[in-house]
Ligand binder design. Structure first.
Ligand SMILES: [Zn+2]
Length: 72
């Protein structure tokens, strides 16, 4: 589920949310990336920023990129 130790750590600290986009209803998603990995900013009404790549290990995290890979 986690690509690396650092991502798991961020999720433990609730700085990253991993799950379907509709489960992020408590905040605002600032990107239009088809991904289940979002950075989380703020408390009461958080902002979410989708990730194409893991900033730590560089693994592709978005469906957009996976689909692009498949077409190759
Ligand atoms: Zn990673």
């Amino acid at each position: 589920m986690y690509c690396c130790e650092q991502m798991s750590d961020l999720s433990d600290r609730d700085l990253v949310r991993i799950g379907p986009m509709h489960s992020l209803g408590d905040g605002r998603i600032l990107t239009e990336i088809d991904t289940e990995y979002h950075l989380r900013f703020g408390e009461a009404r958080p902002s979410y920023v989708g990730l194409n790549y893991c900033p730590f290990c560089g693994r592709a995290l978005s469906r957009e990129l996976w689909n692009r890979e498949k077409k190759k």
